[in-house]
Design a protein around this ligand. Structure first.
Ligand code: C2E
Ligand code: MG
Ligand code: MG
Ligand code: MG
Length: 283
């Protein structure tokens, strides 16, 4: 009995694995053609000053409309793009698109809106990342301080020496640096200091159950304290309720991003918002 049960389990797992492998391969093939087919777009999520609600920037978030298969969320296809290296050309496209967009808004007189672009470890450790950023800034004309690169703790910790060198080169260019999903990965304060960051983004998992969850409340207060001590700005991700907003304000968090303020918006809607409200650097 044990033997046949074992065999069935084995069969079950292989069938399951085959399906996963096939789905992944299919996703990979679709993803290879996504850019050429104009299936990729960038949405922009407003970032605001918690006191007063002023717009201070936006985060560029990749969207993929895969033809008949519809929208595929980043959490499903980014890992595939990372494993296959496709994140490198796609990442270049996002960077270029987001910087060109921010510059177009400036030139239309809509203000100096900083745009934050996510970068994976694969991109950061790919030889020409700094050169790619420099080229995109030169080609689009966007002032370097209006670009921020978001990196996670695990990205910084994989090959920390090489990451530190890359970040130093990005600082020389004048680009802003943020640590994304802060609190979910492993990092030491000594490392944080070494990386010349500008901003900590508190992961949404700590914000979600505020203010009721005492552990999350303590963690959030602690992260705000760390940011203060290191002289960094601090932004809360995933702010959805007025009660969360209030808690963050009371505990010294400067900035927020989340559905309470706005969902990620297609470029046209972001532009309409800019026309309606203006930005920090705007007229
Ligand atoms: P992230 O960089 O932490 O981005 C924030 C995610 O939280 C976004 O999900 C955003 O839509 C979502 N979000 C924002 N406010 C709220 C809120 O109030 N409530 C909830 N429940 N969610 C909120 P999205 O766009 O699905 O992206 C997921 C992840 O995929 C990103 O997390 C990032 O790690 C990755 N990603 C997205 N675009 C890119 C990209 O262009 N390049 C790279 N390398 N990764 C990307
Ligand atoms: Mg991010
Ligand atoms: Mg995040
Ligand atoms: Mg994330």
């Amino acid at each position: 009995h044990a033997k046949s049960a074992g065999r069935n389990t084995y069969k079950f797992f292989t069938a399951e694995m085959n399906l996963q492998v096939r789905e992944r391969l299919e996703l990979e093939n679709l993803l290879r053609q996504a850019e050429a087919r104009n299936e990729l777009s960038v949405h922009y999520q407003p970032q605001v000053e918690l006191a007063g609600g002023r717009l201070i920037g936006c985060e560029a978030l990749l969207r993929w409309h895969a033809g008949e298969r519809g929208n595929i969320p980043p959490d499903r296809f980014i890992p595939v793009a990372e494993d296959t290296g496709l994140i490198v050309p796609i990442g270049r496209w996002i960077l270029k698109t987001a910087c060109a967009q921010a510059q177009a808004w400036r030139q239309a007189g809509l203000g100096d809106l900083q745009v934050a672009v996510n970068a994976s470890a694969v991109q950061l450790h790919h030889g020409d990342f700094v050169e790619t950023v420099a080229t995109v800034l030169a080609e689009t004309g966007l002032p370097p301080d209006l670009l921020e690169i978001e990196l996670t703790e695990s990205t910084l910790m994989t090959d920390a020496d090489s990451a530190a060198a890359t970040l130093r080169a990005l600082k020389v260019l004048g680009v802003g640096l943020a640590i994304d999903d802060f609190g979910t990965g492993y990092s030491s304060l000594a490392y944080l200091k070494r990386f010349q960051l500008d901003r900590l983004k508190i992961d949404r998992s700590f914000i979600n159950d505020l203010p009721a969850d005492k552990d999350d409340a303590n963690i959030t207060r602690t992260i705000v304290g760390i940011a203060r001590n290191l002289g960094l700005s601090v932004l809360a991700e995933g702010v959805e309720t007025p009660a969360q907003h209030q808690f963050l304000l009371e505990h010294g968090c400067d900035e927020g991003q989340g559905y309470l303020f706005s969902r990620p918006l297609p470029a046209g809607s972001m532009e309409a918002l800019l026309r309606a409200t203006g930005t920090r650097g705007g007229a």
